[in-house]
Design a protein around this ligand. Structure first.
Ligand SMILES: [Zn+2]
Length: 394
Protein backbone atom coordinates (compact mmCIF):
# COMPACT_ATOMS: atom_id res chain seq x y z
CA UNK A 1 0.00 0.00 0.00
CA UNK A 2 2.95 2.34 0.65
CA UNK A 3 4.47 1.59 -2.76
CA UNK A 4 1.04 2.06 -4.40
CA UNK A 5 0.91 5.68 -3.15
CA UNK A 6 3.71 6.45 -5.61
CA UNK A 7 2.02 7.09 -8.95
CA UNK A 8 -1.44 6.44 -7.44
CA UNK A 9 -4.31 7.00 -9.91
CA UNK A 10 -7.79 8.36 -9.09
CA UNK A 11 -9.23 4.96 -9.99
CA UNK A 12 -7.31 3.24 -7.17
CA UNK A 13 -4.50 1.86 -9.32
CA UNK A 14 -0.98 2.91 -10.24
CA UNK A 15 0.69 4.72 -13.10
CA UNK A 16 4.38 4.14 -12.39
CA UNK A 17 5.77 3.68 -15.87
CA UNK A 18 9.38 2.76 -16.35
CA UNK A 19 12.15 5.40 -16.07
CA UNK A 20 9.80 8.23 -15.04
CA UNK A 21 10.00 10.45 -11.97
CA UNK A 22 7.55 8.23 -10.11
CA UNK A 23 9.59 5.16 -11.05
CA UNK A 24 12.60 6.93 -9.52
CA UNK A 25 10.57 7.57 -6.37
CA UNK A 26 9.46 3.93 -6.19
CA UNK A 27 13.03 2.72 -6.64
CA UNK A 28 14.25 5.06 -3.89
CA UNK A 29 11.65 3.69 -1.47
CA UNK A 30 12.57 0.11 -2.38
CA UNK A 31 16.26 0.92 -1.90
CA UNK A 32 15.58 2.47 1.52
CA UNK A 33 13.59 -0.58 2.64
CA UNK A 34 16.35 -2.88 1.38
CA UNK A 35 19.10 -0.96 3.14
CA UNK A 36 17.08 -0.91 6.35
CA UNK A 37 16.93 -4.70 6.05
CA UNK A 38 20.72 -4.85 5.75
CA UNK A 39 20.84 -5.52 2.00
CA UNK A 40 23.45 -4.11 -0.38
CA UNK A 41 21.86 -2.70 -3.54
CA UNK A 42 23.72 -3.01 -6.84
CA UNK A 43 22.44 -1.52 -10.11
CA UNK A 44 23.39 -2.74 -13.58
CA UNK A 45 23.70 -0.73 -16.80
CA UNK A 46 20.06 -1.44 -17.69
CA UNK A 47 18.93 0.07 -14.36
CA UNK A 48 17.98 -3.28 -12.85
CA UNK A 49 18.38 -3.36 -9.04
CA UNK A 50 19.88 -6.33 -7.17
CA UNK A 51 19.46 -6.20 -3.37
CA UNK A 52 21.77 -8.76 -1.80
CA UNK A 53 21.57 -10.47 1.58
CA UNK A 54 24.91 -12.13 2.28
CA UNK A 55 25.12 -15.84 2.94
CA UNK A 56 27.68 -17.90 4.82
CA UNK A 57 29.65 -18.44 1.61
CA UNK A 58 29.59 -15.33 -0.54
CA UNK A 59 31.71 -16.92 -3.23
CA UNK A 60 28.65 -18.96 -4.22
CA UNK A 61 26.21 -17.62 -6.80
CA UNK A 62 23.09 -16.14 -5.18
CA UNK A 63 19.58 -17.53 -5.16
CA UNK A 64 17.49 -14.75 -6.68
CA UNK A 65 13.87 -13.68 -6.56
CA UNK A 66 12.04 -10.56 -7.67
CA UNK A 67 9.86 -9.09 -10.38
CA UNK A 68 9.18 -5.48 -11.41
CA UNK A 69 8.03 -2.21 -9.83
CA UNK A 70 6.95 -0.54 -13.09
CA UNK A 71 3.27 -0.55 -14.04
CA UNK A 72 0.94 0.03 -16.97
CA UNK A 73 -0.52 3.57 -17.36
CA UNK A 74 -3.72 2.31 -15.71
CA UNK A 75 -2.11 -0.55 -13.84
CA UNK A 76 -2.87 -2.14 -10.51
CA UNK A 77 -1.04 -2.28 -7.20
CA UNK A 78 0.20 -5.87 -7.37
CA UNK A 79 1.34 -6.80 -10.88
CA UNK A 80 5.10 -7.15 -10.40
CA UNK A 81 5.14 -5.27 -7.11
CA UNK A 82 4.02 -8.35 -5.17
CA UNK A 83 7.02 -10.35 -6.38
CA UNK A 84 9.56 -7.65 -5.48
CA UNK A 85 8.11 -6.86 -2.06
CA UNK A 86 7.52 -10.53 -1.21
CA UNK A 87 11.26 -11.00 -1.77
CA UNK A 88 11.92 -8.19 0.67
CA UNK A 89 9.48 -9.75 3.13
CA UNK A 90 11.32 -13.07 2.87
CA UNK A 91 14.59 -11.32 3.74
CA UNK A 92 13.03 -9.45 6.66
CA UNK A 93 11.61 -12.72 7.99
CA UNK A 94 14.98 -14.47 7.72
CA UNK A 95 16.52 -11.52 9.60
CA UNK A 96 13.90 -11.73 12.37
CA UNK A 97 14.42 -15.48 12.73
CA UNK A 98 18.21 -15.15 12.64
CA UNK A 99 18.48 -17.57 9.72
CA UNK A 100 21.70 -17.42 7.72
CA UNK A 101 21.65 -19.23 4.39
CA UNK A 102 24.69 -20.81 2.78
CA UNK A 103 24.24 -18.86 -0.47
CA UNK A 104 23.44 -15.15 -0.68
CA UNK A 105 19.85 -14.23 -1.54
CA UNK A 106 19.10 -11.39 -3.97
CA UNK A 107 15.88 -9.48 -4.53
CA UNK A 108 15.67 -8.06 -8.05
CA UNK A 109 13.68 -5.17 -9.55
CA UNK A 110 13.88 -5.62 -13.35
CA UNK A 111 13.68 -2.41 -15.42
CA UNK A 112 10.87 -2.02 -17.99
CA UNK A 113 8.96 -5.24 -17.57
CA UNK A 114 5.67 -3.76 -18.80
CA UNK A 115 6.80 -2.56 -22.20
CA UNK A 116 4.05 0.07 -22.35
CA UNK A 117 6.49 2.99 -22.63
CA UNK A 118 9.33 1.23 -24.44
CA UNK A 119 8.52 -1.98 -26.33
CA UNK A 120 9.11 -4.85 -26.04
CA UNK A 121 8.07 -5.93 -22.56
CA UNK A 122 10.65 -7.58 -20.25
CA UNK A 123 13.39 -5.54 -21.87
CA UNK A 124 16.06 -5.53 -19.14
CA UNK A 125 15.67 -9.21 -18.23
CA UNK A 126 15.88 -9.94 -21.97
CA UNK A 127 19.22 -8.13 -22.17
CA UNK A 128 20.39 -9.79 -18.94
CA UNK A 129 19.69 -13.22 -20.48
CA UNK A 130 21.29 -12.34 -23.82
CA UNK A 131 17.99 -12.44 -25.74
CA UNK A 132 18.39 -8.81 -26.88
CA UNK A 133 21.61 -6.90 -27.54
CA UNK A 134 21.97 -4.00 -25.08
CA UNK A 135 22.52 -1.45 -27.89
CA UNK A 136 19.27 -2.51 -29.54
CA UNK A 137 17.46 -2.08 -26.21
CA UNK A 138 18.94 1.40 -25.69
CA UNK A 139 17.59 2.49 -29.10
CA UNK A 140 13.93 1.60 -28.33
CA UNK A 141 11.77 4.74 -28.44
CA UNK A 142 8.74 5.87 -26.48
CA UNK A 143 5.75 7.68 -28.05
CA UNK A 144 7.53 11.05 -27.64
CA UNK A 145 10.57 9.79 -29.53
CA UNK A 146 12.84 9.56 -26.48
CA UNK A 147 15.05 6.48 -26.53
CA UNK A 148 15.30 4.00 -23.69
CA UNK A 149 19.00 4.89 -23.44
CA UNK A 150 18.26 8.62 -23.08
CA UNK A 151 15.69 7.98 -20.35
CA UNK A 152 17.98 5.49 -18.61
CA UNK A 153 21.17 7.54 -18.63
CA UNK A 154 19.64 11.03 -18.62
CA UNK A 155 17.50 10.09 -15.64
CA UNK A 156 20.42 8.60 -13.71
CA UNK A 157 18.81 5.16 -13.56
CA UNK A 158 21.80 3.18 -14.91
CA UNK A 159 24.47 1.68 -12.69
CA UNK A 160 28.04 0.69 -13.45
CA UNK A 161 27.60 -3.06 -13.44
CA UNK A 162 27.49 -4.81 -16.82
CA UNK A 163 24.10 -6.43 -17.43
CA UNK A 164 24.28 -10.20 -17.25
CA UNK A 165 27.63 -10.23 -15.44
CA UNK A 166 25.92 -11.37 -12.26
CA UNK A 167 25.51 -15.16 -12.30
CA UNK A 168 22.44 -16.57 -10.56
CA UNK A 169 22.26 -20.03 -8.95
CA UNK A 170 18.47 -20.05 -9.36
CA UNK A 171 15.60 -17.61 -9.90
CA UNK A 172 12.09 -17.89 -8.44
CA UNK A 173 9.48 -15.23 -9.24
CA UNK A 174 6.20 -14.75 -7.39
CA UNK A 175 3.52 -12.99 -9.44
CA UNK A 176 -0.25 -12.57 -9.44
CA UNK A 177 -1.92 -14.96 -11.87
CA UNK A 178 -3.60 -12.19 -13.94
CA UNK A 179 -6.22 -14.80 -14.86
CA UNK A 180 -9.22 -16.42 -13.14
CA UNK A 181 -8.21 -20.09 -12.71
CA UNK A 182 -6.73 -20.22 -9.19
CA UNK A 183 -9.53 -18.22 -7.58
CA UNK A 184 -12.22 -20.25 -9.37
CA UNK A 185 -10.69 -23.50 -8.10
CA UNK A 186 -10.05 -22.22 -4.57
CA UNK A 187 -6.27 -22.63 -4.90
CA UNK A 188 -3.80 -20.58 -2.86
CA UNK A 189 -0.79 -21.34 -5.05
CA UNK A 190 -0.21 -21.82 -8.76
CA UNK A 191 2.87 -23.86 -9.64
CA UNK A 192 3.82 -22.34 -12.99
CA UNK A 193 5.17 -25.19 -15.09
CA UNK A 194 5.22 -23.47 -18.47
CA UNK A 195 5.02 -20.10 -20.11
CA UNK A 196 3.10 -19.74 -23.33
CA UNK A 197 5.11 -19.12 -26.45
CA UNK A 198 3.72 -16.73 -29.01
CA UNK A 199 3.73 -16.00 -32.73
CA UNK A 200 2.75 -12.50 -33.84
CA UNK A 201 1.95 -11.28 -37.35
CA UNK A 202 1.19 -7.96 -39.05
CA UNK A 203 -1.25 -8.44 -41.90
CA UNK A 204 -2.09 -6.04 -44.74
CA UNK A 205 -5.00 -6.69 -47.08
CA UNK A 206 -5.34 -4.60 -50.24
CA UNK A 207 -8.54 -4.46 -52.24
CA UNK A 208 -10.04 -1.47 -54.08
CA UNK A 209 -11.86 1.60 -52.77
CA UNK A 210 -15.15 2.02 -54.61
CA UNK A 211 -18.64 3.46 -54.22
CA UNK A 212 -20.86 1.46 -51.84
CA UNK A 213 -24.01 2.35 -53.79
CA UNK A 214 -22.79 1.90 -57.32
CA UNK A 215 -20.57 -1.20 -57.01
CA UNK A 216 -22.56 -4.47 -57.42
CA UNK A 217 -21.92 -7.18 -54.82
CA UNK A 218 -20.17 -9.40 -57.34
CA UNK A 219 -17.63 -6.74 -58.37
CA UNK A 220 -16.14 -5.73 -55.05
CA UNK A 221 -12.65 -6.06 -53.63
CA UNK A 222 -13.63 -5.49 -50.01
CA UNK A 223 -10.54 -5.70 -47.80
CA UNK A 224 -12.59 -5.48 -44.61
CA UNK A 225 -14.75 -8.44 -45.63
CA UNK A 226 -11.56 -10.43 -46.19
CA UNK A 227 -10.17 -9.27 -42.85
CA UNK A 228 -13.41 -10.29 -41.11
CA UNK A 229 -13.17 -13.80 -42.55
CA UNK A 230 -9.56 -14.02 -41.39
CA UNK A 231 -10.55 -12.86 -37.87
CA UNK A 232 -13.04 -15.74 -37.76
CA UNK A 233 -10.37 -18.10 -39.06
CA UNK A 234 -7.93 -17.03 -36.29
CA UNK A 235 -10.66 -17.74 -33.74
CA UNK A 236 -11.38 -21.19 -35.22
CA UNK A 237 -7.70 -22.17 -35.34
CA UNK A 238 -7.35 -21.37 -31.64
CA UNK A 239 -10.55 -23.28 -30.79
CA UNK A 240 -9.23 -26.31 -32.68
CA UNK A 241 -6.01 -26.39 -30.59
CA UNK A 242 -6.76 -27.09 -26.91
CA UNK A 243 -5.08 -24.70 -24.43
CA UNK A 244 -4.23 -22.17 -27.11
CA UNK A 245 -5.47 -18.63 -27.74
CA UNK A 246 -5.68 -16.54 -30.90
CA UNK A 247 -6.56 -12.87 -31.17
CA UNK A 248 -6.87 -10.02 -33.63
CA UNK A 249 -6.52 -7.06 -31.27
CA UNK A 250 -5.72 -4.18 -33.62
CA UNK A 251 -7.25 -3.15 -36.92
CA UNK A 252 -7.02 -0.09 -39.15
CA UNK A 253 -9.55 0.38 -41.93
CA UNK A 254 -9.03 2.77 -44.83
CA UNK A 255 -10.53 5.01 -45.92
CA UNK A 256 -12.97 4.26 -43.05
CA UNK A 257 -15.93 6.00 -44.60
CA UNK A 258 -19.61 5.03 -44.56
CA UNK A 259 -19.98 5.04 -48.33
CA UNK A 260 -16.63 3.70 -49.53
CA UNK A 261 -15.92 -0.03 -49.81
CA UNK A 262 -12.74 -0.45 -47.69
CA UNK A 263 -9.73 -0.86 -49.97
CA UNK A 264 -7.06 -1.28 -47.31
CA UNK A 265 -7.04 -3.02 -43.93
CA UNK A 266 -4.12 -3.59 -41.56
CA UNK A 267 -4.39 -5.81 -38.49
CA UNK A 268 -2.38 -7.84 -35.99
CA UNK A 269 -2.62 -11.54 -35.19
CA UNK A 270 -1.47 -13.06 -31.88
CA UNK A 271 -1.31 -16.84 -31.33
CA UNK A 272 -0.14 -18.39 -28.03
CA UNK A 273 0.41 -21.96 -26.94
CA UNK A 274 2.51 -23.87 -24.38
CA UNK A 275 3.47 -26.44 -27.03
CA UNK A 276 6.01 -25.27 -29.61
CA UNK A 277 5.01 -27.79 -32.31
CA UNK A 278 1.33 -26.95 -31.96
CA UNK A 279 2.17 -23.25 -32.11
CA UNK A 280 4.09 -23.77 -35.36
CA UNK A 281 1.14 -25.73 -36.75
CA UNK A 282 -1.27 -22.92 -35.85
CA UNK A 283 0.96 -20.37 -37.57
CA UNK A 284 1.17 -22.52 -40.73
CA UNK A 285 -2.59 -23.05 -40.79
CA UNK A 286 -3.15 -19.34 -40.38
CA UNK A 287 -0.77 -18.32 -43.17
CA UNK A 288 -2.15 -20.75 -45.74
CA UNK A 289 -5.77 -20.13 -44.67
CA UNK A 290 -5.43 -16.34 -44.81
CA UNK A 291 -3.78 -16.58 -48.22
CA UNK A 292 -6.67 -18.73 -49.48
CA UNK A 293 -9.28 -16.26 -48.17
CA UNK A 294 -7.49 -13.35 -49.86
CA UNK A 295 -7.09 -15.19 -53.16
CA UNK A 296 -10.76 -16.20 -53.25
CA UNK A 297 -11.74 -12.52 -52.95
CA UNK A 298 -9.12 -11.16 -55.34
CA UNK A 299 -7.32 -9.33 -52.50
CA UNK A 300 -3.59 -8.81 -52.17
CA UNK A 301 -2.24 -9.99 -48.81
CA UNK A 302 1.08 -9.55 -47.02
CA UNK A 303 1.79 -11.35 -43.75
CA UNK A 304 4.84 -10.11 -41.86
CA UNK A 305 6.20 -11.88 -38.77
CA UNK A 306 6.05 -9.37 -35.87
CA UNK A 307 7.65 -11.33 -33.05
CA UNK A 308 7.93 -14.87 -31.77
CA UNK A 309 8.89 -16.50 -28.53
CA UNK A 310 9.12 -20.24 -27.92
CA UNK A 311 7.26 -21.71 -24.93
CA UNK A 312 9.20 -21.79 -21.65
CA UNK A 313 9.44 -24.91 -19.49
CA UNK A 314 10.43 -24.17 -15.92
CA UNK A 315 12.93 -26.20 -13.90
CA UNK A 316 11.33 -29.47 -12.66
CA UNK A 317 13.36 -29.62 -9.41
CA UNK A 318 12.37 -26.11 -8.38
CA UNK A 319 8.75 -26.85 -9.31
CA UNK A 320 8.88 -29.85 -6.96
CA UNK A 321 10.29 -27.66 -4.18
CA UNK A 322 7.38 -25.26 -4.67
CA UNK A 323 4.84 -28.12 -4.52
CA UNK A 324 6.47 -29.56 -1.39
CA UNK A 325 6.56 -26.15 0.29
CA UNK A 326 2.88 -25.59 -0.50
CA UNK A 327 1.96 -29.06 0.81
CA UNK A 328 3.93 -28.59 4.02
CA UNK A 329 2.22 -25.27 4.70
CA UNK A 330 -1.21 -26.73 3.92
CA UNK A 331 -1.82 -24.57 0.87
CA UNK A 332 -3.96 -25.93 -1.94
CA UNK A 333 -2.03 -25.76 -5.21
CA UNK A 334 -2.27 -26.76 -8.84
CA UNK A 335 0.01 -26.69 -11.87
CA UNK A 336 -0.72 -23.84 -14.23
CA UNK A 337 0.62 -22.32 -17.46
CA UNK A 338 1.34 -18.61 -17.59
CA UNK A 339 -0.68 -16.78 -20.23
CA UNK A 340 1.24 -13.52 -19.73
CA UNK A 341 4.95 -12.97 -20.26
CA UNK A 342 7.27 -12.51 -17.26
CA UNK A 343 10.93 -11.73 -16.58
CA UNK A 344 11.39 -15.36 -15.48
CA UNK A 345 10.80 -16.44 -19.11
CA UNK A 346 14.10 -14.79 -20.09
CA UNK A 347 15.99 -15.71 -16.92
CA UNK A 348 15.12 -19.40 -17.47
CA UNK A 349 17.66 -19.28 -20.32
CA UNK A 350 20.56 -18.46 -17.98
CA UNK A 351 19.58 -19.95 -14.60
CA UNK A 352 17.29 -22.72 -13.31
CA UNK A 353 14.03 -20.81 -12.88
CA UNK A 354 10.43 -21.20 -11.81
CA UNK A 355 7.39 -19.11 -10.92
CA UNK A 356 4.76 -19.12 -8.20
CA UNK A 357 1.34 -17.60 -8.88
CA UNK A 358 -0.99 -16.13 -6.33
CA UNK A 359 -4.69 -15.72 -7.23
CA UNK A 360 -6.18 -12.31 -8.05
CA UNK A 361 -9.83 -11.29 -7.75
CA UNK A 362 -11.83 -12.10 -10.92
CA UNK A 363 -8.56 -12.66 -12.73
CA UNK A 364 -8.43 -8.93 -13.30
CA UNK A 365 -5.03 -7.36 -14.09
CA UNK A 366 -3.61 -4.46 -16.11
CA UNK A 367 -6.55 -2.68 -14.52
CA UNK A 368 -6.74 -0.14 -11.70
CA UNK A 369 -9.18 -2.40 -9.88
CA UNK A 370 -6.66 -5.28 -9.69
CA UNK A 371 -7.08 -6.84 -6.21
CA UNK A 372 -5.70 -9.64 -4.06
CA UNK A 373 -6.44 -10.75 -0.49
CA UNK A 374 -3.74 -10.60 2.22
CA UNK A 375 -4.08 -14.39 2.78
CA UNK A 376 -3.15 -15.01 -0.84
CA UNK A 377 -0.10 -12.74 -0.60
CA UNK A 378 0.89 -14.50 2.62
CA UNK A 379 0.60 -17.96 1.06
CA UNK A 380 2.72 -16.86 -1.91
CA UNK A 381 5.38 -15.29 0.31
CA UNK A 382 5.46 -18.36 2.61
CA UNK A 383 6.03 -20.73 -0.30
CA UNK A 384 8.59 -18.35 -1.82
CA UNK A 385 10.48 -18.25 1.50
CA UNK A 386 10.58 -22.04 1.87
CA UNK A 387 11.68 -22.48 -1.73
CA UNK A 388 14.44 -19.85 -1.55
CA UNK A 389 15.78 -21.15 1.77
CA UNK A 390 15.98 -24.70 0.41
CA UNK A 391 17.72 -23.53 -2.77
CA UNK A 392 20.16 -21.41 -0.74
CA UNK A 393 21.32 -24.35 1.39
CA UNK A 394 24.19 -25.08 -0.97
ZN1 LIG B 1 4.02 -8.29 -14.21
Amino acid sequence: MEMAKIGATPGGGCNRQTLTDVDREGRALFRRWCEEAGLTVGVDDMGTMFARRPGRNNELAPVATGSHLDTQPTGGKYDGVLGVLAGLEVVRTLNELGIVTERPIEVINWTNEEGCRFGPAMLASGVFAGTHPRDWALARKDAQGMTFGEALNGGGFAGEEKTGARKLHAYVELHIEQGPILEAEGCDIGVVTTGQGFRWFDVTLKGRDSHTGATPMGRRFDALLGASRIVEQVHQIALAHPNSVGTVGFMEVAPNSRNVIPGLVKFTVDFRHVDGDALAHMADQFMSGAQAIATAQGLEITIDPAGAQPPVHFNPEILNLIRTSADESGYKHRDIASGAGHDAFHIAKVAPSAMIFCPCVDGLSHNEAEEIFPEWAKAGADVLLQTLVTLARA
